[in-house]
Design a protein around this ligand. Structure first.
Ligand SMILES: NC(=O)c1ccc[n+]([C@@H]2O[C@H](COP(=O)([O-])OP(=O)(O)OC[C@H]3O[C@@H](n4cnc5c(N)ncnc54)[C@H](OP(=O)(O)O)[C@@H]3O)[C@@H](O)[C@H]2O)c1
Length: 242
């Protein structure tokens, strides 16, 4: 039986590619979307050799735990959990709307804890599991007018470090992947000039691609990373080093 990966935000720019790569490399998939179930229905039809289950949930508004528990009645195991869903709303600190702040926190971090609350008992029973969070360099460096996003990603880093310590004895690893700038819906508001100026400062002189991020996730999920836990892999062409 194929291993099963659960990917949130599987209809986003990066999530779509993660799902594609894991399917290509022999995983069955539980895919989450907020509002693009038709896209996942198409993905399922296009991948007849991959078992695909779908979780449709607004991670800010819905009862996520309940929806996850219902979905899991059909899914035999969870080998890999990739929390990739994210939301970025930029505002100066003195203009932040608290519902926006809460939405960013809910999608990027609170829902991850809620989902882990349901998934970790399954991984403990399996005596194995891989948890991967999609972070951001902004969670380490901060960014002006990005308080909500930076706070959420910083919290994700703390969560990953703690999970590594708590779940290691159960043969469960937890790691993060921190992408550099990638043109997706999330970053569509960057002007061409901003993107080009960012690119020129990347030592490898190109932007990251969703495939770069998918490969890093696959590495953490693979046996190559058996003894790696609590780490963040920066996939940014050398822009930011730690
Ligand atoms: N792009 C970058 O430059 C960059 C850099 C560093 C880190 N990241 C991180 O990479 C991850 C993926 O980002 P992306 O660039 O692929 O962005 P994206 O294309 O905007 O995708 C975001 C995903 O999150 C989901 N989502 C947003 N709000 C949601 C909500 N309320 N409830 C449930 N799901 C929700 C979206 O669902 P729908 O598809 O249903 O709308 C979508 O699948 C994020 O965690 C982001 O912070 C991105």
């Amino acid at each position: 039986m194929n291993p099963i990966a659960f990917i949130t935000g599987a209809t986003g720019g990066i999530g779509t590619q993660i799902a594609e790569l894991f399917a290509e490399r022999g995983y069955d998939l539980l895919l989450h979307t907020r509002r693009k179930k038709a896209v996942l229905d198409r993905f399922k039809a296009d991948h007849p050799n991959t078992r695909v289950w779908i979780l449709e949930a607004d991670l800010h508004r819905d009862d996520v735990a309940k929806k996850m528990q219902e979905t899991l009645k059909d899914v035999p195991r969870i080998d890999v959990f990739i929390h990739n869903a994210g939301l970025k709303i930029d505002d100066p600190i003195d203009a932040i709307k608290m519902d926006d702040f809460q939405a960013v926190m809910d999608v990027s971090i609170t829902s991850m804890v809620t989902l882990l609350n349901v998934i970790v008992p399954i991984m403990k029973a399996q005596k194995s599991g891989r948890i991967i969070g999609i972070s951001s360099g902004i969670g380490y460096q901060g960014r002006a007018e990005n308080v909500s996003y930076a706070t959420a990603k910083s919290a994700l880093n703390g969560l990953i470090s703690s999970l590594a310590k708590e779940l290691g004895p159960y043969n469960i690893t937890a790691n993060a992947v921190a992408p550099g700038l990638i043109p997706t819906e999330m970053t569509a508001y960057y002007s061409d000039d901003q993107v080009e100026s960012y690119r020129q400062n990347v030592p490898l002189r190109r932007l990251a691609t969703p495939l770069d991020i998918a490969k890093a996730c696959f590495f953490f999920a693979s046996s190559e990373a058996d003894f790696i836990s609590g780490q963040t892999l920066f996939v940014n062409g050398g822009t930011q080093t730690h």
